[in-house]
Write a protein that binds this ligand. Structure first.
Ligand code: PLP
Length: 397
């Protein structure tokens, strides 16, 4: 019995394989420091949990419209619009079971087989997987390491555009790099999108996960609103990763197609969970603020700990909950050239578990530096300090 050939093109989030390796090592009695998965070990704010229980008690347990319940669509249109200086209404909002489904549904809506799609690499691995799976040509663009983090290689990106380029995927407040475009960088990207008439997915999963300053959406730049779909998620801001609640905010003709895909794929997002999301948006914002306060402390512990290790360095990001750490020197001092072997050795020698550059898209020709990603959202500050001290001792040994 043969499986469908298209499955050969389906990628995955290989970070889950790192979880498995960590769990296996942990099951042998070793202490694990889980820096590999971008999950939060913080509780969902209580008002959201109460609203979900109330919704179940109120009988919100049947099907609801494929595009989502109207009060949540209206609330998101207002909230997302107000934070970005844009005007949306409920017709622009299509509720999803998480932010992730927006990626595949967006690609199915705007990309034909053979179309070229620009996507960030290193970047969230699902872009590459979904482009490949739906028969597009995945064209990776790069970032350059600078003393303050990472910047988009704009010249390189421009040189990749051909008459077949149809789509640009952009993730500002980026996973795994934690970088943010300057105003000039974002404006240049928007001009390119307009000039070449590209559809844009603006993955804004971390739009509100920031420790200082304010986020800007590329959708708010001239000529962009009509060509941009925003990926929104409740996962990070409200510590709701396992609830599966997100949305696409899209021009109406796209939103209508996304809703049709919802009807085909899952009928609707879990009905009572949508009332929980509504409570999150409408309720006190002290919950999300408390989450950010904890994450800021962890970020500082993580940055300080990493930069105290010889042969490792990372800038202090203002957003997300990741550090993309240059470990080239540390690997050299351990006599290693393979970053996967470095990760395995670190797990076995120190219990510190992390993803490497290879989990974030196919490596590009000419890459010379070695990187790992530390997600500090699921580890208490004291454990971050201990983990990085263990790494430091191991690298220095
Ligand atoms: C850049 C990026 N986009 C989208 C998602 C998907 O988020 P969700 O859990 O809401 O599906 C993630 C999750 O880690 C992410 O890092």
């Amino acid at each position: 019995m043969k499986l469908a050939t298209r499955l050969q093109n389906l990628g995955t989030e290989t970070a889950f394989a790192v979880s498995l390796a960590a769990a296996e090592w942990g099951a042998k009695g070793h202490r694990i420091f889980p820096f590999h998965l971008g999950d939060l070990n913080l509780p969902t704010p209580a008002n959201i949990v109460q609203a979900m229980n109330q919704a179940i008690a109120d009988g919100k347990t049947g099907y609801c419209p494929g595009a989502g319940i109207m009060p949540l669509r209206e609330a998101l249109a207002a909230d997302v619009g107000q934070r970005r200086g844009l005007h949306f209404d409920a017709r622009n909002v299509v509720i999803q079971p998480g932010g992730k489904p927006v990626i595949g549904k967006f690609i199915q809506t705007v990309m034909n087989p053979g179309d070229e799609v620009l996507y960030p690499n290193p970047g969230y691995p699902i872009y590459e997987s979904q482009i490949d799976y739906h028969g597009g040509k995945a064209v990776p663009y790069r970032y350059i390491e600078t003393p303050t983090g990472f910047a988009l290689d704009m010249r390189g990106l421009e040189s990749l555009i051909t008459p077949r380029t149809r789509v640009l995927i952009y993730n500002n407040l980026q996973n795994p790099l934690s970088c943010e475009s300057s105003a000039q960088e974002m404006a240049a990207l928007a001009r390119l999108a307009v000039k070449h008439d590209l559809w844009v997915l603006s993955d804004e999963a971390y739009f509100e996960m920031r420790y200082a300053g304010q986020s800007t959406s590329i959708a708010s730049l001239p000529g962009m609103a009509e060509r941009t779909v925003i990926l929104y998620t409740f996962s990070k801001k409200f510590a709701m990763t396992g609830w599966r609640l997100g949305a696409a905010i899209a021009p109406v003709p796209i939103a209508e197609q996304l809703a049709k895909l919802n009807t085909n794929d899952e009928s609707c997002t879990t009905h009572f969970v949508q009332y929980a999301g509504l409570a999150g948006l409408a309720g006190p914002q002290s919950g999300p603020q408390a989450i950010l306060d904890v994450l800021r402390e962890r970020r500082d512990a993580c940055v300080d700990g990493v930069n105290a290790i010889a042969g490792m360095h990372a800038a202090r990001p203002e957003s997300t909950f990741y550090l993309f750490v240059n470990v080239t020197g540390a690997m050299k001092s351990k006599g290693m050239t393979d970053v996967a072997a470095f990760a395995t050795a670190a797990l076995h020698e120190t219990g510190v578990s992390f993803c490497t550059r290879r989990h974030f898209g196919r490596p590009q020709p000419g890459e010379t530096e070695q990187y790992i990603r530390l997600a500090y959202s699921g580890i208490a500050t004291a454990d971050i300090r201990e983990a990085l001290q263990r790494l430091r001792d191991w690298v220095g040994a």
